[in-house]
Design a protein around this ligand. Sequence first.
Ligand code: CAA
Length: 380
Amino acid sequence: MNLDLTQEQTMLRDTAREFATREVAPRAKHFDASGEWPADLVKRLGDLGLMGVAIPAEYGGSGFDHISYALAMEEISAACASLGVIMSVNNSLASDPIWKHGSDMQKREFLTPMASGKILGCFGLTEPMSGSDAGTMATFAEKDGDNYVINGSKNFITNGPFADLIVVFVMTKKNIGHKGVTAFIVPTKTPGFSASKPDEKLGIHAAQSCSVFFENCRIPESYRLGGEGEGFKVAMGTLDGGRIGIASQALGIARAAFEKAVAYSKERKAFGVPLADKQAIQFMLADMATEIDAARLLIHRAAFLKDKKVRHSRESASAKLFASEMATRVTHKALQIHGGLGYTRECDAERHYRDARITEIYEGTSEIMRIVIAASVLKD
Ligand code: CAA
């Protein structure tokens, strides 16, 4: 793996950085305080080619590699973690499985508008009684001629209130565990589909999530994504990519908190000298910088393997595990460096601290990441 960025990777990173700095960062506090959906910024992500970064141009994407995707995710998330996950869900969780497993018709009808940002996607795996143990879902699709009729519900669906389609995982056969899971693409305007009011969360307020319901929701067989019984593997493979996105989100949050802590430590004086002159602060900054670098290297390794089309479940899990726990540690220290000010809404440190926390939970908790890594370690 080459550590130098290519010209293309640098170009995409710089495009994302400029957009993030000029248009996103100045409004992040507002979106956090109001929980307002950042509609115009979501549209701008599409205009800039950031809603389908690694999807080929013939299907509406930008045709970059996954290192570019990770770099762009880091930049957007450093400015606004909510916008970061909105982007990640559309890229990794909704577009990528259709690119990998979709029919030509599905790629034309769904992927092309989604990867170009004209429509928005979401991903439905979790249910009230089936979170980490994803193979135990209850939502069921019954075959009826050339259609399937879906009944059940999914929760914590990021982008759910605004999505035009959901890539959803349901049982098509009972009592055979994960082998009974099948994936479908369901346009959200389909009769029988509905969404709840948005969830109230600790952080990432503008990345609205909700529960979604399927009541005799009838879709044609042509909307099935992959074969019957293949859905669990579609979901797991998709999450291998999604975890690169969330690890990059965590990295972006940590980097933003770190940069602000460095600036504050140079400017704020205590005991007659800037905080940065104190070794206690220097040691914190040194640990933060080292952990941020380590996370980025793990993320780029996982992205590199994804581009090589090599199975990267373990590397993605390591990247997400380390980056998300690192983001919690780094944002904790950044808030501490800001002292009392850091605990107030005036300061971005408390937003970063709250936003970081979810990265240890969604797209697989840290405990699930350890299970995935340990399974690979013990198999070797
Ligand atoms: N790629 C391809 N196949 C895979 C795979 C992968 N990454 N992981 C597992 N499989 C296959 C296995 O090889 C196995 O195949 P066979 O039956 O042919 O042997 C099959 O899938 C079942 O595997 P396991 O026995 O390992 O399955 P398990 O039931 O023990 O579950 C798990 C494994 C890792 C715990 C899994 O359930 C998991 O990842 N859980 C976490 C779920 C999760 O991440 N949810 C996040 C929701 S999405 C979200 O959060 C979105 C958002 O808001 C932003």
